[in-house]
Design a protein. Structure first.
Length: 188
């Protein structure tokens, strides 16, 4: 009898705990927290841009770069950044040390030493104008022409005005310092 008095309440508690745990597991995250940037290969973004012109944003990174990983985990993972970039750019992830051949408009780009550690691909060298720094971000206009290259890690609140400056074409008629001073961002 005493055993029954202990087992029944314990059994009820276990059922309630498991029900609570399964409900907590099924609760979906808010939609804006799930927003991610759709990353393209350079070749795919270039083809898309030919069909439907849009600015291109190229994240030039390496696998060994800690600041590149931090940029991915903090800045590019921010839903405000992701939403804006997705809307205004074809976003490209370009491994500066990729091993394969890339052909763009009959121009061939290769990694001269694909078997070597830390051998830089010619496309990365071309896009970064020979100034190899990781991470670096290349902004191209709708015609695929270089707007600028920005090196280094930037937290979301610092990165937000940059992408708006180029995405909204403010760079065409306003100096960066002037734009940055008047920018009212969403990220704090």
């Amino acid at each position: 009898m005493k055993l029954k008095k202990v087992i029944v309440p314990l059994f009820v508690c276990l059922i309630l705990l498991s029900a609570t745990f399964s409900i907590a597991q099924e609760k979906p995250a808010p939609a804006d927290k799930e927003k991610k940037i759709k990353w393209y290969s350079f070749e795919d973004a270039y083809k898309l841009n030919k069909k439907k012109p849009k600015k291109m944003f190229v994240d030039v990174y390496t696998d060994w770069c800690g600041w590149c990983k931090r940029m991915d985990n903090e800045t590019f993972a921010n839903p405000i950044i992701a939403t804006y970039m997705e809307k205004n750019f074809y976003c490209v992830k370009l491994d500066a040390e990729r091993k394969d051949t890339v052909i763009i408009d009959n121009t061939v780009f290769v990694n001269p030493n694909p078997g070597s550690k830390r051998s830089t691909h010619k496309l990365a060298i071309e896009l970064l104008r020979g100034k190899l720094s990781y991470p670096s971000y290349v902004f191209l206009n709708e015609k695929g022409q270089m707007i600028t290259v920005i090196p280094g890690y930037h937290p979301p609140a610092e990165f937000e005005p940059m992408i708006h400056y180029f995405g909204d074409d403010a760079y065409q008629n306003m100096k960066w310092d002037e734009y940055k001073t008047g920018f009212q961002g969403t990220i704090k």
